[in-house]
Design a protein around this ligand. Structure first.
Ligand code: SF4
Length: 507
Protein backbone atom coordinates (compact mmCIF):
# COMPACT_ATOMS: atom_id res chain seq x y z
CA UNK A 1 0.00 0.00 0.00
CA UNK A 2 1.64 3.24 -1.15
CA UNK A 3 2.14 6.13 1.31
CA UNK A 4 1.96 9.77 0.19
CA UNK A 5 5.11 10.53 -1.88
CA UNK A 6 7.60 13.22 -0.87
CA UNK A 7 9.92 12.85 -3.88
CA UNK A 8 9.45 11.14 -7.24
CA UNK A 9 12.65 10.08 -9.01
CA UNK A 10 11.34 9.01 -12.44
CA UNK A 11 14.74 7.91 -13.74
CA UNK A 12 15.46 5.71 -10.74
CA UNK A 13 11.93 4.24 -10.99
CA UNK A 14 12.47 3.47 -14.69
CA UNK A 15 15.61 1.52 -13.83
CA UNK A 16 13.53 -0.73 -11.58
CA UNK A 17 10.94 -1.55 -14.30
CA UNK A 18 11.02 -5.33 -14.93
CA UNK A 19 11.92 -6.22 -18.57
CA UNK A 20 8.56 -7.92 -19.32
CA UNK A 21 6.50 -4.77 -18.46
CA UNK A 22 6.58 -3.10 -21.92
CA UNK A 23 5.28 -6.33 -23.51
CA UNK A 24 2.38 -6.79 -21.04
CA UNK A 25 1.45 -3.11 -21.12
CA UNK A 26 1.54 -2.80 -24.92
CA UNK A 27 -0.59 -5.92 -25.32
CA UNK A 28 -3.35 -4.40 -23.18
CA UNK A 29 -3.12 -0.82 -24.46
CA UNK A 30 -3.17 -1.85 -28.13
CA UNK A 31 -6.28 -3.97 -27.46
CA UNK A 32 -8.04 -0.97 -25.87
CA UNK A 33 -7.00 1.33 -28.72
CA UNK A 34 -8.36 -1.16 -31.26
CA UNK A 35 -11.79 -1.41 -29.60
CA UNK A 36 -11.89 2.38 -29.12
CA UNK A 37 -11.23 2.95 -32.81
CA UNK A 38 -14.01 0.53 -33.75
CA UNK A 39 -16.67 2.37 -31.68
CA UNK A 40 -15.43 5.78 -32.86
CA UNK A 41 -15.71 4.55 -36.46
CA UNK A 42 -19.34 3.56 -35.84
CA UNK A 43 -20.14 7.12 -34.73
CA UNK A 44 -18.14 8.64 -37.59
CA UNK A 45 -15.26 11.08 -37.23
CA UNK A 46 -17.39 14.22 -37.71
CA UNK A 47 -19.80 13.29 -34.93
CA UNK A 48 -16.90 12.23 -32.68
CA UNK A 49 -15.11 15.57 -33.17
CA UNK A 50 -18.36 17.45 -32.45
CA UNK A 51 -18.77 15.50 -29.21
CA UNK A 52 -15.18 16.23 -28.18
CA UNK A 53 -15.64 19.94 -28.83
CA UNK A 54 -18.93 20.03 -26.91
CA UNK A 55 -17.31 18.22 -23.97
CA UNK A 56 -14.35 20.60 -24.00
CA UNK A 57 -16.61 23.66 -23.89
CA UNK A 58 -18.87 22.12 -21.25
CA UNK A 59 -15.95 21.24 -18.94
CA UNK A 60 -14.43 24.71 -19.39
CA UNK A 61 -17.76 26.35 -18.62
CA UNK A 62 -18.08 24.24 -15.46
CA UNK A 63 -14.60 25.21 -14.28
CA UNK A 64 -15.34 28.89 -14.91
CA UNK A 65 -18.46 28.66 -12.71
CA UNK A 66 -17.17 26.03 -10.31
CA UNK A 67 -17.95 28.10 -7.21
CA UNK A 68 -21.67 28.33 -7.96
CA UNK A 69 -21.96 24.69 -9.10
CA UNK A 70 -20.29 23.50 -5.88
CA UNK A 71 -22.71 25.52 -3.77
CA UNK A 72 -25.65 24.12 -5.75
CA UNK A 73 -24.26 20.61 -5.28
CA UNK A 74 -24.00 21.07 -1.51
CA UNK A 75 -27.62 22.28 -1.32
CA UNK A 76 -28.86 19.29 -3.31
CA UNK A 77 -26.79 16.69 -1.41
CA UNK A 78 -28.07 18.10 1.89
CA UNK A 79 -31.66 18.23 0.62
CA UNK A 80 -31.39 14.54 -0.34
CA UNK A 81 -30.35 13.64 3.23
CA UNK A 82 -26.59 13.44 2.67
CA UNK A 83 -23.82 15.28 4.52
CA UNK A 84 -21.18 17.35 2.71
CA UNK A 85 -17.62 17.79 3.97
CA UNK A 86 -14.93 20.02 2.47
CA UNK A 87 -11.33 18.81 2.56
CA UNK A 88 -8.57 21.30 1.77
CA UNK A 89 -5.89 18.62 1.40
CA UNK A 90 -5.18 14.91 1.59
CA UNK A 91 -4.54 14.94 5.36
CA UNK A 92 -7.89 16.65 6.02
CA UNK A 93 -9.76 14.18 3.79
CA UNK A 94 -8.15 11.18 5.53
CA UNK A 95 -8.99 12.70 8.91
CA UNK A 96 -12.68 13.13 8.02
CA UNK A 97 -12.97 9.49 6.88
CA UNK A 98 -11.20 8.26 10.03
CA UNK A 99 -13.46 10.33 12.31
CA UNK A 100 -16.59 9.03 10.58
CA UNK A 101 -15.28 5.47 10.93
CA UNK A 102 -14.24 5.82 14.58
CA UNK A 103 -17.54 7.42 15.60
CA UNK A 104 -19.44 4.41 14.20
CA UNK A 105 -17.03 1.70 15.40
CA UNK A 106 -16.10 0.62 11.86
CA UNK A 107 -13.82 -2.47 11.73
CA UNK A 108 -14.05 -3.37 8.07
CA UNK A 109 -14.47 -1.25 4.93
CA UNK A 110 -15.00 -2.20 1.30
CA UNK A 111 -13.94 0.11 -1.52
CA UNK A 112 -14.91 0.57 -5.12
CA UNK A 113 -12.06 1.75 -7.34
CA UNK A 114 -11.38 5.43 -6.71
CA UNK A 115 -8.43 7.47 -7.93
CA UNK A 116 -9.18 10.22 -5.37
CA UNK A 117 -8.69 7.78 -2.47
CA UNK A 118 -5.49 6.51 -4.12
CA UNK A 119 -4.39 10.15 -4.40
CA UNK A 120 -4.83 10.77 -0.67
CA UNK A 121 -3.35 7.42 0.44
CA UNK A 122 -6.56 6.44 2.26
CA UNK A 123 -5.96 2.68 2.51
CA UNK A 124 -2.66 3.25 4.25
CA UNK A 125 -4.30 5.58 6.80
CA UNK A 126 -7.22 3.19 7.48
CA UNK A 127 -4.94 0.21 8.01
CA UNK A 128 -2.62 2.20 10.28
CA UNK A 129 -5.70 2.92 12.40
CA UNK A 130 -6.73 -0.72 12.67
CA UNK A 131 -9.48 -0.71 10.03
CA UNK A 132 -9.43 -3.61 7.60
CA UNK A 133 -10.04 -2.40 4.06
CA UNK A 134 -10.75 -4.43 0.93
CA UNK A 135 -10.52 -3.19 -2.64
CA UNK A 136 -13.35 -4.84 -4.57
CA UNK A 137 -12.60 -3.94 -8.19
CA UNK A 138 -10.81 -7.07 -9.49
CA UNK A 139 -7.74 -5.15 -10.70
CA UNK A 140 -7.52 -3.15 -7.46
CA UNK A 141 -8.01 -6.34 -5.41
CA UNK A 142 -5.05 -7.92 -7.25
CA UNK A 143 -2.70 -4.98 -6.72
CA UNK A 144 -3.78 -4.74 -3.08
CA UNK A 145 -2.64 -8.35 -2.62
CA UNK A 146 0.57 -7.50 -4.51
CA UNK A 147 1.15 -4.50 -2.20
CA UNK A 148 1.62 -1.98 -5.01
CA UNK A 149 -0.32 0.99 -6.42
CA UNK A 150 -2.26 1.04 -9.71
CA UNK A 151 -0.24 1.00 -12.92
CA UNK A 152 -3.06 2.34 -15.12
CA UNK A 153 -6.01 4.64 -14.39
CA UNK A 154 -8.66 2.17 -15.56
CA UNK A 155 -6.83 -1.19 -15.54
CA UNK A 156 -4.75 -1.04 -12.36
CA UNK A 157 -3.18 -4.51 -12.74
CA UNK A 158 -2.33 -4.12 -16.44
CA UNK A 159 1.33 -4.98 -15.74
CA UNK A 160 0.59 -8.48 -14.39
CA UNK A 161 0.15 -11.70 -16.39
CA UNK A 162 -2.49 -14.31 -15.47
CA UNK A 163 0.33 -16.62 -14.30
CA UNK A 164 1.61 -13.94 -11.89
CA UNK A 165 -1.94 -13.34 -10.59
CA UNK A 166 -2.45 -17.08 -10.05
CA UNK A 167 0.77 -17.25 -8.06
CA UNK A 168 -0.27 -14.20 -6.02
CA UNK A 169 -3.69 -15.73 -5.18
CA UNK A 170 -2.04 -19.02 -4.21
CA UNK A 171 0.39 -17.26 -1.87
CA UNK A 172 -1.90 -14.64 -0.34
CA UNK A 173 -5.29 -16.35 -0.25
CA UNK A 174 -4.05 -19.87 0.49
CA UNK A 175 -5.93 -21.45 -2.43
CA UNK A 176 -4.80 -23.54 -5.35
CA UNK A 177 -5.25 -20.90 -8.10
CA UNK A 178 -4.88 -21.95 -11.76
CA UNK A 179 -3.78 -19.42 -14.43
CA UNK A 180 -7.30 -19.25 -15.84
CA UNK A 181 -9.01 -15.81 -15.85
CA UNK A 182 -12.52 -17.21 -15.18
CA UNK A 183 -11.33 -19.34 -12.25
CA UNK A 184 -9.30 -16.45 -10.85
CA UNK A 185 -12.42 -14.24 -11.03
CA UNK A 186 -14.43 -16.89 -9.18
CA UNK A 187 -11.81 -17.07 -6.41
CA UNK A 188 -11.83 -13.27 -6.00
CA UNK A 189 -15.66 -13.23 -5.99
CA UNK A 190 -15.89 -15.86 -3.24
CA UNK A 191 -13.40 -13.95 -1.13
CA UNK A 192 -15.01 -10.54 -1.65
CA UNK A 193 -18.59 -11.68 -1.06
CA UNK A 194 -17.79 -12.21 2.62
CA UNK A 195 -16.18 -8.76 2.77
CA UNK A 196 -19.28 -7.10 1.22
CA UNK A 197 -21.65 -8.80 3.66
CA UNK A 198 -19.62 -8.01 6.76
CA UNK A 199 -18.40 -4.47 5.98
CA UNK A 200 -19.45 -1.55 8.23
CA UNK A 201 -18.46 1.12 5.71
CA UNK A 202 -18.48 1.41 1.92
CA UNK A 203 -16.02 3.84 0.32
CA UNK A 204 -16.27 5.10 -3.23
CA UNK A 205 -15.12 7.86 -5.51
CA UNK A 206 -17.26 9.11 -8.40
CA UNK A 207 -16.84 9.66 -12.09
CA UNK A 208 -19.15 12.68 -11.95
CA UNK A 209 -21.25 14.72 -9.49
CA UNK A 210 -24.45 16.23 -10.89
CA UNK A 211 -24.96 19.69 -9.33
CA UNK A 212 -28.66 20.05 -10.20
CA UNK A 213 -29.64 16.95 -8.16
CA UNK A 214 -26.69 16.18 -5.87
CA UNK A 215 -26.25 12.83 -7.63
CA UNK A 216 -23.08 10.73 -7.54
CA UNK A 217 -22.41 8.91 -10.82
CA UNK A 218 -20.25 5.78 -10.76
CA UNK A 219 -19.28 4.00 -13.99
CA UNK A 220 -18.04 0.40 -13.59
CA UNK A 221 -17.96 -2.91 -15.40
CA UNK A 222 -18.02 -5.30 -12.46
CA UNK A 223 -21.02 -4.41 -10.32
CA UNK A 224 -18.86 -4.11 -7.21
CA UNK A 225 -19.71 -0.38 -7.07
CA UNK A 226 -23.35 -1.16 -6.30
CA UNK A 227 -22.41 -3.67 -3.57
CA UNK A 228 -20.03 -1.16 -1.91
CA UNK A 229 -22.49 1.72 -1.97
CA UNK A 230 -25.64 -0.16 -0.93
CA UNK A 231 -24.76 -3.07 1.42
CA UNK A 232 -22.83 -1.36 4.29
CA UNK A 233 -24.83 0.98 6.57
CA UNK A 234 -22.42 3.88 5.92
CA UNK A 235 -21.38 5.16 2.47
CA UNK A 236 -18.51 7.67 2.29
CA UNK A 237 -17.54 9.12 -1.09
CA UNK A 238 -14.29 11.03 -1.65
CA UNK A 239 -14.42 13.07 -4.85
CA UNK A 240 -12.32 15.87 -6.37
CA UNK A 241 -14.05 19.23 -6.83
CA UNK A 242 -13.31 18.98 -10.56
CA UNK A 243 -15.81 16.13 -11.01
CA UNK A 244 -18.87 18.40 -10.92
CA UNK A 245 -21.13 18.66 -13.98
CA UNK A 246 -24.04 21.13 -14.12
CA UNK A 247 -26.92 18.80 -15.05
CA UNK A 248 -27.99 15.49 -16.59
CA UNK A 249 -27.93 16.91 -20.11
CA UNK A 250 -24.23 17.78 -19.72
CA UNK A 251 -23.63 14.38 -18.17
CA UNK A 252 -25.06 12.62 -21.22
CA UNK A 253 -22.28 14.12 -23.41
CA UNK A 254 -19.54 12.93 -21.08
CA UNK A 255 -21.10 9.48 -20.71
CA UNK A 256 -20.88 9.09 -24.50
CA UNK A 257 -17.16 9.89 -24.48
CA UNK A 258 -15.91 8.14 -21.33
CA UNK A 259 -16.59 4.42 -22.00
CA UNK A 260 -15.77 4.73 -25.70
CA UNK A 261 -12.38 6.29 -24.93
CA UNK A 262 -11.61 4.13 -21.91
CA UNK A 263 -12.52 0.59 -22.89
CA UNK A 264 -13.99 0.91 -26.38
CA UNK A 265 -17.53 0.28 -25.08
CA UNK A 266 -20.60 2.25 -26.12
CA UNK A 267 -21.66 2.06 -22.50
CA UNK A 268 -20.16 0.51 -19.38
CA UNK A 269 -21.95 -2.51 -17.88
CA UNK A 270 -23.05 -0.50 -14.82
CA UNK A 271 -23.74 3.23 -14.57
CA UNK A 272 -25.01 3.93 -11.03
CA UNK A 273 -26.78 7.12 -9.94
CA UNK A 274 -26.77 7.66 -6.16
CA UNK A 275 -28.71 10.53 -4.61
CA UNK A 276 -28.40 10.58 -0.81
CA UNK A 277 -28.93 7.66 1.63
CA UNK A 278 -32.06 5.48 1.77
CA UNK A 279 -35.21 7.47 2.56
CA UNK A 280 -37.13 4.88 4.62
CA UNK A 281 -36.17 1.80 6.64
CA UNK A 282 -37.93 -0.37 4.05
CA UNK A 283 -35.67 0.80 1.21
CA UNK A 284 -32.31 -0.78 0.43
CA UNK A 285 -29.13 1.26 0.63
CA UNK A 286 -27.03 2.86 3.36
CA UNK A 287 -28.47 4.64 6.37
CA UNK A 288 -25.91 7.44 6.02
CA UNK A 289 -24.29 9.09 3.01
CA UNK A 290 -21.30 11.44 3.35
CA UNK A 291 -19.66 13.25 0.44
CA UNK A 292 -16.12 14.56 1.00
CA UNK A 293 -15.22 17.16 -1.63
CA UNK A 294 -11.49 17.18 -2.12
CA UNK A 295 -9.47 20.22 -3.15
CA UNK A 296 -5.87 19.02 -2.52
CA UNK A 297 -4.29 21.55 -4.90
CA UNK A 298 -7.09 21.79 -7.46
CA UNK A 299 -7.92 25.45 -6.72
CA UNK A 300 -4.22 26.22 -7.17
CA UNK A 301 -4.35 24.56 -10.61
CA UNK A 302 -7.39 26.70 -11.40
CA UNK A 303 -5.42 29.88 -10.68
CA UNK A 304 -3.00 29.32 -13.59
CA UNK A 305 -4.51 29.98 -17.01
CA UNK A 306 -1.69 27.97 -18.65
CA UNK A 307 -2.42 24.75 -16.76
CA UNK A 308 -6.11 25.09 -15.80
CA UNK A 309 -7.29 22.74 -18.54
CA UNK A 310 -5.71 19.83 -16.64
CA UNK A 311 -8.94 19.80 -14.62
CA UNK A 312 -11.04 19.03 -17.70
CA UNK A 313 -9.86 15.40 -17.41
CA UNK A 314 -12.50 12.66 -17.13
CA UNK A 315 -9.91 9.92 -16.31
CA UNK A 316 -10.55 7.79 -19.38
CA UNK A 317 -6.92 6.64 -19.61
CA UNK A 318 -6.64 6.78 -23.41
CA UNK A 319 -3.68 9.18 -23.20
CA UNK A 320 -1.80 6.41 -21.37
CA UNK A 321 -2.67 3.89 -24.08
CA UNK A 322 -1.21 6.01 -26.89
CA UNK A 323 1.81 7.34 -25.00
CA UNK A 324 5.14 5.82 -26.17
CA UNK A 325 6.78 6.61 -22.82
CA UNK A 326 3.99 5.00 -20.75
CA UNK A 327 3.98 1.96 -23.04
CA UNK A 328 7.69 1.56 -22.45
CA UNK A 329 7.86 2.00 -18.68
CA UNK A 330 4.34 1.24 -17.32
CA UNK A 331 2.58 3.16 -14.56
CA UNK A 332 4.73 2.55 -11.47
CA UNK A 333 7.61 4.63 -12.84
CA UNK A 334 5.42 7.74 -12.35
CA UNK A 335 5.48 7.15 -8.57
CA UNK A 336 1.92 8.31 -7.79
CA UNK A 337 -1.72 7.37 -8.34
CA UNK A 338 -1.86 9.02 -11.78
CA UNK A 339 0.46 7.83 -14.53
CA UNK A 340 1.10 8.51 -18.22
CA UNK A 341 0.57 11.94 -19.77
CA UNK A 342 -2.24 12.94 -17.40
CA UNK A 343 -0.06 11.81 -14.48
CA UNK A 344 2.84 13.91 -15.78
CA UNK A 345 0.72 17.08 -15.67
CA UNK A 346 -1.69 16.36 -12.80
CA UNK A 347 0.72 14.79 -10.27
CA UNK A 348 3.26 17.58 -10.86
CA UNK A 349 0.65 20.19 -9.98
CA UNK A 350 -0.97 18.31 -7.09
CA UNK A 351 2.33 17.39 -5.44
CA UNK A 352 4.31 20.45 -6.56
CA UNK A 353 7.47 20.63 -8.71
CA UNK A 354 9.65 20.14 -5.62
CA UNK A 355 8.27 16.60 -5.33
CA UNK A 356 7.57 15.75 -8.97
CA UNK A 357 9.89 17.91 -11.14
CA UNK A 358 10.95 14.85 -13.19
CA UNK A 359 7.44 14.11 -14.49
CA UNK A 360 6.93 16.94 -17.05
CA UNK A 361 10.21 15.79 -18.64
CA UNK A 362 8.97 12.19 -18.94
CA UNK A 363 7.52 12.83 -22.38
CA UNK A 364 8.64 12.84 -26.00
CA UNK A 365 6.09 15.64 -26.72
CA UNK A 366 4.81 13.64 -29.70
CA UNK A 367 1.30 15.03 -29.17
CA UNK A 368 -0.61 11.72 -29.46
CA UNK A 369 -2.21 12.28 -26.02
CA UNK A 370 -3.79 15.59 -27.09
CA UNK A 371 -4.98 14.07 -30.36
CA UNK A 372 -6.83 11.25 -28.56
CA UNK A 373 -8.02 13.08 -25.43
CA UNK A 374 -11.85 13.12 -25.52
CA UNK A 375 -12.02 16.53 -23.81
CA UNK A 376 -9.18 18.04 -25.85
CA UNK A 377 -6.70 18.84 -23.08
CA UNK A 378 -3.56 20.39 -24.65
CA UNK A 379 -1.24 18.10 -22.67
CA UNK A 380 2.02 18.92 -24.56
CA UNK A 381 1.48 22.68 -23.98
CA UNK A 382 0.91 22.09 -20.28
CA UNK A 383 4.00 19.85 -20.10
CA UNK A 384 6.10 22.62 -21.63
CA UNK A 385 4.71 25.14 -19.18
CA UNK A 386 5.50 22.85 -16.23
CA UNK A 387 9.05 22.30 -17.55
CA UNK A 388 9.43 26.06 -17.59
CA UNK A 389 8.05 26.22 -14.02
CA UNK A 390 10.59 23.62 -12.84
CA UNK A 391 13.50 25.39 -14.55
CA UNK A 392 12.64 29.05 -14.12
CA UNK A 393 9.86 29.19 -11.54
CA UNK A 394 6.64 31.21 -11.96
CA UNK A 395 4.03 32.90 -9.76
CA UNK A 396 2.76 29.48 -8.59
CA UNK A 397 6.07 27.88 -7.56
CA UNK A 398 9.81 28.56 -7.35
CA UNK A 399 12.32 26.86 -9.67
CA UNK A 400 13.78 23.58 -8.47
CA UNK A 401 16.38 22.62 -11.08
CA UNK A 402 19.98 22.41 -9.82
CA UNK A 403 22.19 25.44 -10.70
CA UNK A 404 24.50 23.15 -12.76
CA UNK A 405 21.64 21.93 -14.98
CA UNK A 406 20.21 25.44 -15.31
CA UNK A 407 23.66 26.78 -16.34
CA UNK A 408 23.90 23.94 -18.91
CA UNK A 409 20.49 24.78 -20.37
CA UNK A 410 21.38 28.49 -20.54
CA UNK A 411 24.69 27.70 -22.27
CA UNK A 412 22.83 25.49 -24.76
CA UNK A 413 20.28 28.25 -25.47
CA UNK A 414 23.08 30.77 -26.11
CA UNK A 415 24.90 28.33 -28.41
CA UNK A 416 21.75 27.76 -30.48
CA UNK A 417 21.37 31.55 -30.87
CA UNK A 418 24.98 32.20 -31.99
CA UNK A 419 26.06 29.99 -34.94
CA UNK A 420 29.80 30.61 -34.43
CA UNK A 421 29.54 29.59 -30.75
CA UNK A 422 27.57 26.48 -31.73
CA UNK A 423 30.25 25.51 -34.25
CA UNK A 424 33.13 26.05 -31.87
CA UNK A 425 31.25 24.35 -29.03
CA UNK A 426 30.56 21.19 -31.05
CA UNK A 427 34.22 21.03 -32.14
CA UNK A 428 35.38 21.28 -28.53
CA UNK A 429 32.80 18.69 -27.36
CA UNK A 430 34.17 16.21 -29.91
CA UNK A 431 37.55 16.39 -28.15
CA UNK A 432 36.13 16.45 -24.62
CA UNK A 433 34.17 13.24 -25.17
CA UNK A 434 37.30 11.19 -26.06
CA UNK A 435 37.96 9.70 -22.56
CA UNK A 436 34.31 8.51 -22.30
CA UNK A 437 33.87 7.23 -25.85
CA UNK A 438 33.39 3.44 -26.39
CA UNK A 439 32.61 2.12 -29.91
CA UNK A 440 30.73 5.23 -31.01
CA UNK A 441 28.75 5.51 -27.74
CA UNK A 442 29.06 7.36 -24.44
CA UNK A 443 27.88 4.73 -21.92
CA UNK A 444 28.80 6.66 -18.74
CA UNK A 445 29.21 10.41 -18.32
CA UNK A 446 30.40 12.08 -15.10
CA UNK A 447 28.02 14.03 -12.82
CA UNK A 448 26.14 16.34 -13.12
CA UNK A 449 25.63 15.37 -16.80
CA UNK A 450 25.15 11.66 -16.06
CA UNK A 451 21.33 11.79 -15.75
CA UNK A 452 20.86 10.69 -19.36
CA UNK A 453 23.43 7.86 -19.21
CA UNK A 454 21.85 6.55 -15.98
CA UNK A 455 19.05 5.27 -18.22
CA UNK A 456 20.65 4.70 -21.65
CA UNK A 457 23.94 5.36 -23.49
CA UNK A 458 24.30 8.57 -25.49
CA UNK A 459 25.50 8.34 -29.11
CA UNK A 460 28.97 9.93 -29.37
CA UNK A 461 29.36 13.10 -31.41
CA UNK A 462 30.49 11.71 -34.76
CA UNK A 463 30.33 13.30 -38.19
CA UNK A 464 30.26 17.09 -38.42
CA UNK A 465 27.15 18.00 -40.42
CA UNK A 466 28.46 21.45 -41.29
CA UNK A 467 31.69 19.98 -42.71
CA UNK A 468 29.64 17.42 -44.65
CA UNK A 469 27.40 20.20 -46.00
CA UNK A 470 30.40 22.34 -46.96
CA UNK A 471 31.99 19.51 -48.93
CA UNK A 472 28.91 18.43 -50.87
CA UNK A 473 26.98 21.48 -52.04
CA UNK A 474 27.96 24.49 -54.22
CA UNK A 475 26.58 26.90 -51.57
CA UNK A 476 28.53 25.02 -48.91
CA UNK A 477 31.73 25.14 -50.95
CA UNK A 478 31.27 28.88 -51.62
CA UNK A 479 30.58 29.48 -47.93
CA UNK A 480 33.65 27.46 -46.98
CA UNK A 481 35.82 29.53 -49.38
CA UNK A 482 34.46 32.71 -47.79
CA UNK A 483 35.09 31.29 -44.34
CA UNK A 484 38.68 30.37 -45.20
CA UNK A 485 39.26 33.78 -46.77
CA UNK A 486 37.89 35.42 -43.62
CA UNK A 487 40.13 33.27 -41.42
CA UNK A 488 43.20 34.15 -43.55
CA UNK A 489 42.27 37.85 -43.49
CA UNK A 490 41.70 37.62 -39.74
CA UNK A 491 45.08 35.94 -39.17
CA UNK A 492 46.86 38.46 -41.47
CA UNK A 493 45.14 41.33 -39.67
CA UNK A 494 46.16 39.97 -36.27
CA UNK A 495 49.78 39.41 -37.41
CA UNK A 496 49.93 42.98 -38.85
CA UNK A 497 48.62 44.48 -35.61
CA UNK A 498 51.15 42.52 -33.54
CA UNK A 499 53.99 43.46 -35.96
CA UNK A 500 53.02 47.17 -35.82
CA UNK A 501 52.86 47.04 -32.03
CA UNK A 502 56.34 45.45 -31.86
CA UNK A 503 57.79 48.05 -34.29
CA UNK A 504 56.36 50.90 -32.21
CA UNK A 505 57.84 49.46 -29.04
CA UNK A 506 61.31 49.23 -30.69
CA UNK A 507 61.15 52.91 -31.76
S1 SF4 B 1 -6.11 13.70 -20.06
FE1 SF4 B 1 -7.74 13.28 -21.57
S2 SF4 B 1 -7.12 11.30 -22.42
FE2 SF4 B 1 -5.95 11.50 -20.50
S3 SF4 B 1 -7.21 10.51 -18.95
FE3 SF4 B 1 -7.79 12.67 -18.97
S4 SF4 B 1 -9.55 12.80 -20.35
FE4 SF4 B 1 -8.55 10.85 -20.75
Amino acid sequence: MRAYPTHIDFRANVQRVPPHIPVSVRKATSRFLGTRQAVVNVLGDEQWQRLRQAAHELRLHTLQHLDSYLVQLEQQVTAAGGVMHWARDAAEARQIVLELARARGVHRAVKVKSMATEEIGLNHALQENGIEVWETDLGEFIIQLAGVGPSHIIVPAVHLTKEEIAELFTQKLGVNAPADPLKLCAIARTHLRQAFLSADMGISGANFLVAESGTLVIVTNEGNGRMCTTLPPLHVAVVGIDKVVPDFESLSILLKLLPRSATGQKMSAYTSFITGPRRTAQEGGPQEFHLILLDNGRTRILQDAHTRKTLLCIRCGVCLNVCPVYNHVGGHAYGFAYSGPIGAILSTQLLGVRTAADLPFASSLCGACAEYCPVKIPIPEILLHLRHRALEGDRIENAVMSPAIRAGVQAGTLAFRLPWLYEWGTQILRYLQTPFRRDGWLPHLPPPINRWTMVRPLPAFGADFRAWFRERTPQGRAREQRRRANIILGVLGAVSIIALALLRRKK
